[in-house]
Design a protein around this ligand. Structure first.
Ligand SMILES: [Mn+2]
Length: 336
């Protein structure tokens, strides 16, 4: 039997006592940050203290800006002594998703990913939601709390990010929460955060992308050589997809001991995940969604066929792999 928002809120509150020291654990991204801040607000004045810690280091510049402007203090999971806390909350994730969660005996789990196993404590997992921030917004409304500008902005960004601006799975509930939050957000904060997408140090990769790009029949191929983070491949791939007439982007870089290939398409009738799998899975992990995919190939397996230090050869090899599979329907090849 499905339960309503006030009943969920009641069960959530029943997990806590006035002297509890609560730790909210996240794998920090906008949705997790929004959800964690909302848990903190829900528990304000109801427990002794609430801290938020993350198992990952936030690196994406826009996410760093979000933490700095909205989050206050984000602790590092590695430095947490579990003995300092009496209650543990996990949002936007599940204990099996990461080794780093093992040290926590979670009392509360609120998430929107597919449910893997049965957990103890208060568990609210709704895979039919586009974002955990949507779920927490429902708690907030059930508690009749008017969100501060910062909290509303964080939840709003959480929903916006996880639904890809409502281009990917979003539901009525997400739209309802988004609409509610939009009355309380700060547009200027959102702009400041979203316009921090590119780290100044990334510009050299864009320069290289402009110099080395190959554009063929609606497809852009770029190899960036060694990169400080695969995130730059994502940024470059997204950027070139905005060029008129471009249907596909393939942007690769060497990160650590891996060749990472980021694949994007304009989403007509393409399937990036399938293409990634067919072209690259024999060299490592490869897959994704219809419009976005990623391959992570171990350099050792790639080096059997190509010298990974030769940028031009790597680019040519990727083009050949993609051509070998074919991208299926594309604008230029379309028959009337
Ligand atoms: Mn999420």
């Amino acid at each position: 039997m499905s339960i309503n928002a006030p009943e969920r809120l009641r069960r959530f509150y029943s997990m806590f006592r006035g002297d509890d020291r609560v730790l909210v654990v996240i794998n920090a991204d906008p949705d997790a940050i929004g959800a964690a801040l909302c848990v903190k607000r829900l528990l304000w004045r109801k427990v002794a203290s609430v801290d938020i810690c993350s198992i990952n280091t936030v690196k994406r510049p826009d996410n760093v800006a979000m933490v700095n402007k909205l989050c206050g203090c984000l602790l590092k999971s590695a430095e947490i002594h579990t003995g300092d806390y009496s209650r543990f909350v996990l949002v936007d994730s599940q204990p099996g998703h990461n080794e780093a969660y093992k040290k926590y005996p979670f009392d509360v789990i609120i998430d929107h990913h597919p449910i893997a196993v049965v957990y103890n404590g208060y568990v609210d997992i709704r895979p039919e939601y586009g974002a955990t921030s949507t779920m927490l917004t429902e708690y907030l409304r059930a508690a009749k709390i008017r969100p501060s500008q910062k909290l509303a902005t964080a939840l709003f960004l959480g929903i916006k990010t996880d639904t890809h601006d409502f281009q990917r799975k979003a539901y009525n509930e997400d739209i309802k929460a988004f609409h509610f939050l939009s009355r309380h957000i700060s547009l200027s904060l959102i702009q400041q955060i979203e316009y921090s997408e590119i780290h100044p140090g990334f510009l050299k990769y864009f320069q290289q992308a402009f110099n080395s790009r190959v554009i063929r029949r609606g497809k852009v191929f770029i190899h960036l050589g060694h990169v400080g983070t695969p995130d730059v491949c994502v940024l470059v791939a997204d950027f070139f997809l905005k060029v008129q007439g471009v249907n596909w982007t393939f942007v690769s870089g060497i990160f650590g001991k891996k060749l990472v290939v980021i694949i994007r398409n304009s989403g007509l009738r393409f399937n990036a995940g399938k293409l990634a799998e067919q072209a690259f899975s024999q060299f490592g992990s490869a897959g994704g969604h219809k419009t976005m995919a990623r391959a992570e190939l171990s350099l050792s397996s790639v080096e059997c066929v190509i010298n990974s230090e030769n940028d031009r050869k790597v680019l040519k090899w990727i083009m050949e792999r993609v051509d070998g599979v074919g991208t299926g329907f594309s604008k230029n090849e379309r028959k009337p």
